[in-house]
Design a protein around this ligand. Structure first.
Ligand code: GLU
Length: 295
C-alpha cells in the first residue's frame, strides 16, 4: 500500500508532551505501514511563530529518534501555491471577498440570535456572499453551500476516522463560509494544510483529536480543489492541569531531552503501548512491532 504520512507542527514554541503524542503516533503509523514519514513546519501564522522554534522542534524530534524521510517543507515558502489554489476557487465562483470586521460578524450573529460557543469562531452570517455592499475587501471566504451544491456533496458530510469511528458535520450550518485568506493578508490554516497535504502526496493523516473538528472543512476544500481525501486518525489528547488540552497556557513545558525515552514512554502509554527500557532506537523498534499487531 502507498503510504505517506506527516507531522505538521506550528513553530509557536518547542514540542511538549502533547505534541509528542501526535509526532510518535504519526511516525509509528507510517513505519507500521512501511510508509514514508514527512515533517512540515506550519509557519503561516507568522505573529504566533517563535524564531528558532522550527530548529528546536526538529532537534527534539531527532533526539526522540523521529527523523523525517525527506526534506522539511515550510509553509512560509508556499505562498504561490496557496494563491494558485485561491485563484482556482475564485474562477469557479467558490471564493468571495469579505469586508466584515469581527465586530460586524458578531453583531449580525446576535441579531440572528446565535451565541458563540467557547473557543469557536462565530459562524459567518454570509453578509458579503452576494457582494461587498461598498465595503473594502479584507478576507477571502469559501462559499461552502455553493461548493456542496455544485459538486453534489452529501449533507451532512460523513467520513470515517480510523480511531474515532464514523463522523459527520454539516459544514454550511455548523461552520459556515470559513476564511481562506485572512484580513491581515495571512493564509488560513485550512487552505494551507489542504494544499500542502496534496502537494506532499499525504495519504494518511494522524494528528491530535483537537484538530478533528477541522476535518470536514478540509474535505470540502479537497473536493473544491479536485484533490484526494487522505484517511484520518485523531489521537487522544494529553490534558493539562485544568482538564483541557495540554498547552503552554496550562502547564506544558518543553520536552526534557536529557531523557528522551522517558518522554517517549509517556507518549506511548497514551497510545496504549507498553513501557520500554534500553535505547530510544530499540524502544521505537519494539513499539512498531506492537503497533503492527494492533492494526
Ligand atoms: N499545525 C497544526 C497544529 O500544530 C497541525 C496541522 C495538522 O496536523 O493538520 O495545530
Amino acid at each position: 500500500m502507498r503510504y505517506i504520512g506527516r507531522f505538521a507542527p506550528s513553530p509557536t514554541g518547542p514540542l511538549h508532551a502533547g505534541s509528542l503524542v501526535a509526532a510518535l503516533a504519526s511516525w509509528l503509523d507510517a513505519r507500521a505501514h512501511k510508509g514514508q514519514w514527512l515533517v512540515r513546519i506550519e509557519d503561516v501564522d507568522t505573529p504566533r511563530c517563535v524564531p528558532g522554534a522550527d530548529q528546536r522542534i526538529l532537534q527534539q524530534l531527532a533526539a526522540c529518534g523521529l527523523v523525517p524521510d525527506a526534506a522539511v517543507m515550510y509553509q512560509s515558502q508556499r505562498g504561490d501555491a496557496y494563491q494558485a489554489a485561491l485563484d482556482g476557487l475564485i474562477a469557479k465562483g467558490w471564493a468571495y471577498p469579505c469586508g466584515c470586521s469581527r465586530k460586524e460578524i458578531e453583531d449580525a450573529q446576535a441579531l440572528l440570535g446565535h451565541t458563540r460557543e467557547r473557543h469557536q469562531a462565530a459562524i459567518y452570517p454570509g453578509t458579503c456572499r452576494d457582494g461587498l455592499h461598498g465595503k473594502v475587501a479584507r478576507a477571502w471566504r469559501l462559499n461552502v453551500q455553493r461548493v456542496i451544491d455544485d459538486l453534489k456533496l452529501a449533507t451532512p458530510l460523513t467520513w470515517q476516522d480510523r480511531l474515532l469511528g464514523p463522523q459527520q458535520q454539516d459544514v454550511a450550518q455548523e461552520v459556515g463560509d470559513f476564511v481562506l485568506k485572512r484580513a491581515d493578508g495571512l493564509w488560513a490554516y485550512q487552505l494551507a494544510v489542504v494544499v500542502d497535504d496534496a502537494a506532499q502526496g499525504i495519504t494518511h493523516i494522524v494528528r491530535g483529536a483537537d484538530l478533528s473538528d477541522n476535518t470536514a472543512r478540509q474535505i470540502v476544500l479537497q473536493h473544491a480543489l479536485g484533490l484526494p481525501t487522505p484517511s484520518y486518525l485523531h489521537t487522544p489528547l494529553v490534558l493539562g492541569e485544568n482538564g483541557e488540552k495540554l498547552s503552554k497556557q496550562n502547564g506544558a513545558t518543553a520536552l526534557d531531552l536529557s531523557n528522551p525515552l522517558a518522554e517517549l514512554n509517556t507518549a506511548a502509554a497514551l497510545l496504549n503501548l507498553p513501557p520500554e527500557s534500553g535505547s530510544v532506537t530499540d524502544a521505537l523498534t519494539h513499539w512498531v512491532k506492537t503497533y503492527e499487531k494492533s492494526m
